[in-house]
Design a protein around this ligand. Structure first.
Ligand SMILES: [Zn+2]
Length: 135
């Protein structure tokens, strides 16, 4: 399974990053890619920023999808990349600078105005707010 391979590659990269950070000296900007990081302290803190919806959820629970306003791609809850300098969590796509607080919207919001979008979005697909998705 492709996404599993990628997840493993990300874990290896994150481990290598932690090792490198262990050495003293200049810290380079580096990203830690996390999948399923629901127990992550920063992730939990982010999820507590918002008032819960009527049903008590915040959207950061497992099984939800976010849509990034910066790159217009979707990613599952629990996925993010951490900046080792500011410690903040960002959109999990390597080439995007959106963060998971200000730039994330629930996928449900996109579905409200796009009947042609899938209930479960595909990773890597651009889903414009206006117009149609493209690969
Ligand atoms: Zn993004």
């Amino acid at each position: 399974m492709k996404s599993k391979e990628r997840t493993n590659a990300m874990r290896r990269a994150a481990r290598a990053l932690r090792k490198r950070k262990g050495g003293r000296g200049k810290v380079e900007v580096a990203w830690e890619f996390v999948e399923g990081g629901f127990e992550d302290r920063q992730y939990v803190a982010v999820s507590e920023i918002f008032e819960p919806f009527e049903d008590g959820t915040t959207g950061y629970e497992p099984g939800n999808w976010f849509w990034c306003m910066h790159c217009e791609r979707a990613y599952p809850s629990g996925s993010f990349k951490r900046n080792n300098q500011d410690g903040l969590l960002y959109c999990p796509y390597p080439d995007c600078s959106g963060d998971i607080v200000l730039d994330a919207r629930g996928w449900d919001l996109l579905l409200d105005s796009h009947e042609d979008y899938p209930v479960i979005p595909e990773r890597g697909t651009v889903y414009p707010l206006y117009g149609h998705g493209s690969k």
